[in-house]
Write a protein that binds this ligand. Structure first.
Ligand SMILES: C[S@@+](CC[C@H](N)C(=O)[O-])C[C@H]1O[C@@H](n2cnc3c(N)ncnc32)[C@H](O)[C@@H]1O
Length: 239
């Protein structure tokens, strides 16, 4: 299944507006790196509620499902994928149809929910709903992310939205990870591939505070080379 999704990824990448790729942070994960991310989850049992925010063509959800198929122990997967690019959303529908088939063959109940909307706006709305009127929201026990990488301007709409839920950060990748953390169930697991720029400097202090206060960091894999991790896709050189 992963090689089919990898072909879809490569075909879809050719159809993207190349000038906007950097602006949208559309650097997609090749299958070997997606498999590595999926291998980092510790607990694979029971019912899974999976978040893939900025899902592209669904490469990370594919790798997650492949691991479940290989190891068993999961009865039901509800996969939620956020994506804003129309070309990628069309491909994501095809990928999800394939995942439903694969899961069905393994007697795994499969439900998918493609949300063609801005993850930041949607997550902030949900988090605000909890604090304003205790409305129950969708929470996830697994999240797998290769979020978009791009600076968020200090006066931008995204920056203002994030501030409404106490997140002070200046890049889309740290915003996506911080929001995903806040949408996890207690004890949930998140695996994300990100630049390492969050590790130092005052610019990412707010994000580091969320990581250290709201999560337990269990595994860190450092890639020596960005081009190796994203072999087969152009990688943003300026992050
Ligand atoms: C770095 S790519 C990774 C795609 C996919 N997760 C993968 O690993 O191949 C980030 C994705 O996030 C999408 N994206 C960018 N801004 C978004 C937003 N505000 N809400 C939802 N998706 C967004 C982009 O279109 C892109 O497909």
């Amino acid at each position: 299944m992963l090689h089919i999704i990898d072909d879809i990824r490569q075909q879809a990448a050719l159809k993207l507006d190349q000038a906007k790729r950097s602006e949208q942070g559309q650097y997609m994960t090749p299958a070997p790196t997606a498999e590595l991310l999926a291998s980092m989850f510790d607990n694979f049992s029971g019912d899974v509620s999976l978040l893939d925010a900025g899902a592209g063509v669904g490469s990370l959800t594919a790798a997650f499902l492949q691991r479940v198929v290989q190891e068993g122990g999961v009865n039901k997967i509800t996969a939620t994928a956020y994506e804003t690019d129309k070309v990628l959303i069309n491909n994501l529908h095809n990928s999800m149809a394939l995942f439903a088939e694969v899961a069905g063959e393994q007697k795994i109940q499969w439900h998918s929910n493609i949300i063609p909307a801005d993850f930041i706006e949607s997550a902030v709305n949900q988090l605000q709903a909890i604090s304003f009127d205790a409305t129950p929201i969708t929470r996830y026990n697994k999240a797998i992310l290769n979020p978009p990488y791009f600076k968020i301007g200090s006066k931008s709409r995204h920056r203002k939205l994030l501030q409404q839920v106490g997140i002070e950060t200046g890049n889309l990748y740290s915003a996506f990870v911080a929001l995903a953390i806040k949408l996890l169930e207690p004890g949930g697991e998140l695996v994300a591939i990100t630049p390492r720029s969050f590790c130092n400097g005052p610019y990412f202090k707010g994000f580091r505070d969320i990581l250290l206060e709201d999560t337990a960091l269990k595994k860190i894999r450092v890639f020596n080379s960005r081009t190796k991790a994203f072999k087969g896709d152009k990688v943003l050189q300026k992050m």
